[in-house]
Write a protein that binds this ligand. Structure first.
Ligand code: 1GP
Length: 240
C-alpha cells in the first residue's frame, strides 16, 4: 500500500505534494509523452487521472500510455464507475460528503465493487467536499448536489471531521475544475486545525503563488489540471 503510505509520510514530515490532473476527455493519447516528460521534470509527485464526463475505455488507454512514460504514481480520481481501470496504482474512492445525493455517498460505490474486488489497485477512501466558488462546475452539474457555502467555514470543517470519524483516509477540498477562485486559506486552515488527515486541495489553482498559499494554509497536496491544459509552460515555473 505504497501510495497512501507515502502520502502519510509526507504529511508527517510536512513535505508538500503536487498532483497533475489529466482529464481523459481533454488529453489526446499522442500528446501524452510530451506532456508527461514535462511533468517528470517538475516538482509533481503524483499523476491524477479523471474527469466529470469521460467516454468509456478512454481512461484505461490513457493510464496505460502514461505509465510507459513516468515512474510517478498514477492515481484514479474517477468521476464515474466507468473510469475505473486496473492499470493505475491507486484509486481515490470518493464519497461526496458535501452533498446529499445517495448515489455519490454509497450508490456508485456499490456499483464499483465488481470492478474493484479482484483488483490489486490500492483503494483510498476519500471524503470529497465541493466548495462554492462563484460558478457552476462539472462536479455540481453531474452529481446534482449543492456545494458548501464559502462563508460557512464551521460547517465545512465539521463535514470534513465527520468524514474522518467515518474512517476516510484523505480529505479533498474541491472548488471545481476551472473554478474562478480556489478554496480559501481560511477554509483550508479550519479543516487542517480540526482534522488529523492529509488534506488535498484543488480547483482553480493557476499560479505558483496560489499553490504556495494553499500549502501555507495547510494543504498537504495540491491538484492542478486546467492550468497545465491551458499553458504547459507553467511546468517550467515548477521545475525540480
Ligand atoms: C479538479 O481539483 C481539480 O477536480 C483541479 O482543478 O482543473 O481547476 O486545476 P483545476
Amino acid at each position: 500500500k505504497a501510495v497512501y503510505k507515502n502520502i502519510t509520510q509526507s504529511f508527517s514530515n510536512n513535505e508538500k505534494l503536487l498532483a497533475v490532473l489529466i482529464d481523459p476527455d481533454k488529453m489526446d493519447l499522442s500528446h501524452v509523452p510530451g506532456f508527461i516528460k514535462k511533468a517528470n521534470l517538475s516538482i509533481a509527485t503524483h499523476i491524477f487521472v479523471g474527469g466529470s464526463e469521460v467516454e468509456e475505455q478512454l481512461t484505461d488507454k490513457l493510464v496505460q500510455e502514461i505509465k510507459k512514460h513516468t515512474k510517478l504514481p498514477i492515481v484514479l480520481f474517477p468521476g464515474d464507475v466507468s473510469q475505473i481501470t486496473n492499470h493505475a496504482d491507486a484509486i481515490l474512492f470518493l464519497s461526496l460528503i458535501s452533498g446529499r445525493n445517495p448515489d455519490y455517498l454509497i450508490g456508485k460505490h456499490v456499483q464499483a465493487v465488481s470492478k474493484l474486488k479482484n483488483s490489486t489497485m490500492e483503494i483510498i477512501p476519500t471524503g470529497y467536499l465541493l466548495i462554492e466558488n462563484g460558478k457552476q462546475t462539472g462536479v455540481q452539474r453531474v452529481t446534482e448536489t449543492k456545494p458548501l457555502q464559502n462563508e460557512n467555514i464551521q460547517l465545512i470543517a465539521d463535514t470534513a471531521k465527520a468524514g474522518e470519524l467515518l474512517g476516510m483516509k484523505l480529505i479533498y477540498l474541491e472548488a471545481g475544475s476551472g473554478a474562478l477562485k480556489p478554496v480559501s486559506s481560511e477554509i483550508i486552515n479550519a479543516v487542517k486545525t480540526d482534522v488529523n488527515l492529509p488534506i488535498i486541495v484543488g480547483g482553480g489553482i493557476r499560479s505558483v503563488k496560489q499553490m504556495k498559499q494553499a500549502y501555507q494554509a495547510g494543504a498537504d497536496m495540491v491538484v492542478i489540471g486546467t492550468a497545465f491544459e491551458d499553458d504547459e509552460t507553467f511546468f517550467q515555473e515548477l521545475q525540480n
